[in-house]
Design a protein around this ligand. Sequence first.
Ligand code: KG4
Ligand code: ZN
Length: 333
Amino acid sequence: MLLLGIESSCDETSAAVVRMEENKREILSNIVASQIEIHALYGGVVPEIAGRAHIEAISKITYRALDEAGVTLSDVDAIGVTASPGLIGALLVGVNFAKSLAFANNIPLIPVNHVKGHAAAAYFASNELQPPYLALVVSGGHTSFYNVRSYTDFEEIGSTRDDAAGEAFDKVGRVLGLPYPGGHEFDSLASKGKAGKVKLPSPAIPGDNFDFSFSGVKTASINYIHNLEQKGETVDRESFAADFTACVCSAIEKKAELAIKQTGCSAFVCAGGVSANSHLREALKKLCSKHNIPLYLPSLSLCGDNAAMIAAQAYYEFLDGNTADTHLNASPV
Ligand code: KG4
Ligand code: ZN
């Protein structure tokens, strides 16, 4: 089955063409137009600007994705679009564009949940991966564990109670003077630094749960940096990045281990922008090998927002009959 995916929930406009069969998953094209340069000026995503930039890009990006895949709309069997969660003005651009394409060309339309889409990026890592599995989606907007009971049935078993992990990387990165978004740069700084200088509060909520709170480590980090600056001292960015990264990774590892033990899962998926973090990937590889379960991580290009993951999830939603008509609306939550 040939699917066109469309993603516009935050600051990336993306369109992709994928071929999905029972035992084969293949990306024919996956075009991602990032708005990072526009938003970097403001140190974060400006929703109104994001919506306008999506409008300018979406048509071009979609036809580029079809061209690159060597197909036309008449070859497409279904169109999947991110309908929730995300910035409402941004989501509406993708949803209305996909609705028009589907209606004008008489193609089935499939609304996709962005978070399920992130987990679906892991299907391209292996044709073997299939539910049930335990998933951790860790991005700029989410940090949640899911018991994935079937391709479309996700039970959230734990989550952040405030900020997402990616948000903490970005906000602390901004205070450290890193370009927005800071996650990627943090990763390479941390590889050059040695952890052990600064003690930061753990984002793992104490007790028998799979929850996090990243606001404490974020505030403690910002206070630490400001304190040093007020004393006229400079922050050793590399060692600080190593400490911050170690603190975030060990909290995730701790909760992941608890979730692996308590759910008795037979496979683990970690996806979302922060799953590109090299230190987290290493920690999770060790953890899964200790518990003797396979770990599925999306390739680096599929960790962040992209439409191939949306098209992949759309395939399974389609098989479950989850299609929509022209009444489809976007939902921010
Ligand atoms: O999944 P994504 O593209 O968008 C959301 O759905 O939120 O995730 C973006 C987040 C940003 O916070 C970014 O800083 C973070 O992923 N990120 C990373 C790395 N690469 C991207 N965080 C830590 N280490 C990385 N290597
Ligand atoms: Zn995302």
